[in-house]
Design a protein around this ligand. Structure first.
Ligand SMILES: [Zn+2]
Ligand SMILES: [Zn+2]
Length: 374
């Protein structure tokens, strides 16, 4: 049997392995429909407040575009990622964001400890009161949620019919349930998270607006750039599907960020090349195998003590293997338990399985080849 995998945004690891094992890769550079008009792309720099005279996170350009669409009986899709939005620590003046100097991934705010902590390796530093790059004290942590976007838009456009699709909505209000309404154009403004990025094909959709394209980049994981690229490329792909003129408004604090630029251009080839280089630099898949060991305890002290004890045992038994942590898991507190994790990297997958087999019978779980380290 032959398996054909098709994607405009394949996973970097899968593409790499396909190329390495000489599996045939077929590129389809041309559009299926030659009459389509590619959308006009507008990038709004969120570090410049001049573009936000009417609202603090809805740009004048986006609001004007929504207004025009309403007048022309066209739809607007507003996309905002939920992932990582609560843990963004960045400079509003220059776009700097807090990265772990060892893992090159974003650090997570622990407000109660006044600290930024790397959830991969445990590195911590004080929350900066001024930007280390430009000295500005305009450091922000807070995120924007779909509910807030909905209520703000309803205030600004009271006459518009608005529908929101995200994880909080019950299934009777799901995308599938309301697809006909969307398709027929009875909904003027669609607000959504990841669920709206893929698959939607709406003939009256004129504009995709992205609230903060770099929001997903704040998530502390090696797959963060990949997910951000995929979602940007996918949601922008909701327009430019027919012979009607369409547009995209991308708001971002980091308009120069390579992942953002590549996502906006839907440029998989250059994303693949740069992401592969980053994975090589940080020593992540496909250049190494990963094993994630997580311990779960009722109290934080026992979680830390047992994680440290097991990490010390592993380090003495496998001196030539790289162990990271223990560090608090990204989802550190789940259902009244505390989770700490150890991350193991090796080019020898059998060795990782051997390590996993030594795991204590209780309180521990492992994940070999984890999709992410969250
Ligand atoms: Zn700055
Ligand atoms: Zn780190």
């Amino acid at each position: 049997a032959i398996v054909v995998q098709g994607s405009a945004t394949p996973l970097v690891s899968e593409y790499y392995l396909a190329a390495k094992t000489s599996r045939p890769i077929i590129n389809l550079p041309a559009r299926a429909n030659p009459n389509i008009i590619t959308p006009s792309i507008n990038v709004v720099d969120m570090t410049s407040k001049n573009g936000f005279l009417r609202h603090r996170f809805l740009s004048d350009l986006l609001l004007n575009t929504i207004n025009q669409n309403l007048e022309n009986n066209k739809q607007t899709l507003i996309y905002h990622t939920r992932r990582g939005t609560a843990s963004t620590t960045l400079c509003q003046n220059c776009g700097w964001s807090a990265l772990c100097p060892r893992c090159f991934i974003p650090m997570t705010l622990h407000a109660d400890q006044h600290a930024l902590i790397c959830h991969i390796c445990g590195y911590r530093e004080r929350v900066p009161t001024a930007c280390p790059d430009c000295g500005s004290t305009d450091i922000v942590h807070k995120g924007i949620g779909p509910k807030l976007i909905e209520s703000e838009l309803q205030k600004l456009f009271p006459q518009a019919t608005i529908a929101r699709f995200d994880g909080d909505i019950t299934s009777k209000n799901s995308l599938n349930q309301r697809y006909q309404e969307l398709y027929d154009g009875h909904i003027d403004i669609i607000i959504g998270t990841q669920v709206v990025a893929k698959g939607l094909d709406l003939p009256r959709l004129a504009t995709v607006g992205i609230i903060q394209a770099d929001a997903g980049l704040a998530l502390p994981d090696f797959t963060t750039r990949e997910r951000t690229f995929q979602l940007l490329a996918q949601v922008i792909g909701r327009v430019g599907r027919n012979d009607q003129p369409t547009s995209v408004v991308v708001q971002t604090y980091q308009p120069q960020n390579p992942t953002i630029v590549q996502g906006i251009r839907q440029d998989y080839a250059s994303f693949y090349a740069s992401e592969l280089a980053e994975r090589r630099r940080g020593i992540f898949p496909p250049f190494v195998y990963l094993l994630k060991l997580t311990c779960i305890y009722k109290t934080e002290a026992t979680a830390i003590r047992n994680a440290q004890k097991f990490a010390a045992k592993l380090r003495s038994e496998y001196p030539d293997t790289t162990f990271f942590g223990p560090a608090p898991a990204f989802y550190e507190r789940v259902r009244d338990t505390y989770r700490w994790q150890i991350v193991v990297k090796s080019t020898n997958r059998a060795k990782l399985l051997a390590i996993a087999s030594q795991l204590p019978r209780t309180h521990w779980q492992y994940d070999i080849d984890p999709a992410n380290l969250l």
